[in-house]
Unconditional design. Structure first.
Length: 589
């Protein structure tokens, strides 16, 4: 990797072009086909492109489900840098020697990826930490690749590529922003500090502490947290030979699933700051030892209510926590939503549970940016046809990646653009739902989210404003009713006098008018061609002694034939494009 970072921009550009040609990168990516070939190209192109693929695997609003599935398999395991290189990077970035900061520092990295590598270490007070150090020249390589890609994307608008499925400019802008954020270690450290403040110690949730005083643009120092990926617990088979042990296993999984779901919903609806990539590698499970149980806060205050006669009493009680902890790690990819967006999401959750298509549509539209004319009736019809099959199956059986991509395409076809943070949230919700389904299939995140959403809307419900709005609406309605007889009398007078005009609007009126306009244009062209042919025939017939007039008639024939050929070819191409588009849409279904 180091060799690749020191090449000149010219050599780097030639290498990028050669690999892209070899794997037909542009054609495949534009038309969202052959994802495996695109993945091979990204792996050969190096760290920047591998990271781009990994980022795209989180963006269901930009690429197809097939590409997302392929991009998740991208491997960025690269050889670790030697300790001399690590030492130089640390001392250059922090201005301190490793021996000044750490009591001990493992010279061998225990993990290495495209951006950096991770070492175990101990602070001077004996606190175990993990130190993430970027590879040398990663920032330089990323900046060079992004500059080259920007030039390429700017030139692509002059290149005819046929029907495309994705928008290259939009994808580049999203990738550029995300990639720069990924390599900004200081931003990741700030994310970790905020996430720690909001979530550490919430029930059984734990978050590693960030030691910001030792961090630098290429250095991140976190508290070391013991634990193993949640996937091992989710995939562990139940003990069929021992029913009591199997029941204990199910109880543990149920408690973990409940804690994980409630914490994630808190991140969204309370903090508005959530882990955007909650895959199993970023969620650890740790079973406490006896010593840790004594040191950890092994109790939580819960509020209880009890009714005695006609009086309600409330009290707090300490409840022992189970002997395990859920640990969130890796805060390079985080999501942030506004309170108004959280309100909209809560309304969508409640609408989905009510299975009211019109209410779901009314909740979705405010979450989108309208980029063109919107036919709401058409949108509701298409949304209903799309959602009805999903409303009749369990959440565990839903492919959230495919569903989100289809929702994005549906909105796009109706001139609506979903906020990227919303698509990121829905994707994170889908990933977490998959983990929850493996831990405890009886738990549905949407069912847990419904009462949470109800409580959230109640807490944010302003009774005074709602009452004022209701009173004002009632006043306007009463005023309109009292004016109704006069308006009806005026209406009937207008009809009897012949002054009334009634306008009808057809739901597909714009498309119909385009079709009528096309037919009229063709009829006009046909009349003109007929006139040219008749006129040319007369000129040729009566020009035996006038060669110039004869040539003029032949020219008319030639012009008519040329126009007919051009119109025929244009019609055939248009029909072929529609056929390809219908075939592509059918293939997605």
């Amino acid at each position: 990797m180091v060799e690749e970072t020191v090449v000149s921009p010219g050599k780097r550009l030639r290498r990028i072009m050669r690999i892209m040609r070899e794997y037909h990168f542009l054609s495949n990516f534009y038309h969202q086909k052959n994802p495996e070939e695109v993945c091979q190209a990204l792996e050969e192109l190096g760290p920047t492109f591998i990271k781009m693929g990994q980022i795209l695997s989180t963006r269901s609003d930009l690429v197809s489900p097939e590409y997302i599935k392929a991009f998740r398999k991208l491997q960025d395991n690269v050889p670790a840098d030697d300790f001399a290189s690590v030492k130089t990077t640390f001392e250059t970035e922090t201005g301190k020697k490793i021996s000044e900061v750490f009591k001990s520092f493992d010279k061998k990295a225990f993990a290495s990826a495209s951006i950096g590598q991770v070492h175990h270490a101990e602070l001077k007070d004996g606190t175990p930490v993990v130190v993430k150090i970027q590879h040398p020249d990663v920032t330089k390589l990323v900046d060079t690749d992004l500059a080259l890609l920007k030039r390429a994307v700017e030139l692509l608008k002059y290149v005819p590529t046929g029907i495309t499925v994705v928008d290259p400019v939009k994808i580049f802008n999203a990738l550029s922003s995300s990639l720069k954020s990924e390599i900004d270690t200081i931003q990741e450290a700030k994310n970790g500090i905020e996430f720690y403040r909001l979530n550490n110690g919430q029930s059984i949730i734990r978050v590693p502490k960030v030691y910001f005083e030792y961090c630098a643009p290429k250095i991140l120092v976190n508290e070391f947290m013991q634990g193993k990926s949640i996937k091992y617990l989710a995939n562990e088979p139940l003990d069929k030979e021992d029913p009591e042990h199997a029941q204990a296993q199910q109880g543990t999984r149920h408690e973990l699933a409940q804690a994980l779901v409630k914490n994630f919903l808190k991140q969204v609806f309370v903090d508005h700051f959530f882990q955007a990539d909650p895959h199993p590698g970023n969620i650890l499970i740790h079973k406490l030892t006896e010593t840790e149980s004594q040191d950890d806060q092994f109790a939580v205050n819960k509020k209880f209510e009890k009714q005695v006669g006609n009086t309600n009493f409330s009290y707090q009680k300490e409840v022992a926590l189970p002997p395990y902890r859920v640990i969130w790690i890796d805060f390079g990819m985080m999501g942030r939503i506004s309170p108004s967006t959280a309100d909209g999401i809560a309304k969508i959750v409640l609408a989905i549970n009510s299975q009211d298509i019109h209410e779901i549509g009314q909740s979705i539209i405010p979450m989108c940016e309208q980029v063109g004319p919107l036919d709401e009736q058409k949108f509701y019809r298409e949304l209903g046809r799309f959602l009805r099959p999903y409303l009749n199956i369990g959440l565990a059986d839903i492919n959230f990646t495919k569903m989100l991509y289809q929702i994005v395409q549906l909105c796009k076809n109706n001139n609506l653009r979903i906020n990227s943070q919303v698509t990121m949230l829905v994707r994170a919700f889908g990933i977490l739902e998959t983990i929850i389904a493996k831990l405890d299939p009886s738990i549905s995140m949407l069912e847990v989210a419904r009462p949470f959403g109800q409580r959230y809307l109640k807490q944010h419900f302003n009774f005074r404003n709602q009452l004022d709005n209701s009173l004002w609406s009632s006043y306007r309605a009463i005023k309109a009713i009292t004016q109704m007889p006069g308006k009806l009398n005026t209406f009937f007078d207008a009809i009897s006098g012949g002054d009334a005009q009634i306008n009808f609007h057809y739901s597909e009126q714009e498309q119909l008018m385009k079709w009528v306009s096309r037919i009229v244009n063709r009829v006009i062209i046909a009349i003109i061609l007929a006139a040219i042919i008749v006129g040319s025939s007369l000129l040729v017939e009566g020009s035996a002694d006038h060669p110039h007039i004869y040539r003029l008639g032949v020219l008319g024939y030639s012009l008519a034939i040329f126009i007919i050929v051009v119109m025929t070819i244009s019609e055939l191409l248009q029909r072929y494009r529609k056929y390809r588009q219908r075939k592509k849409e059918y293939g997605k279904k």
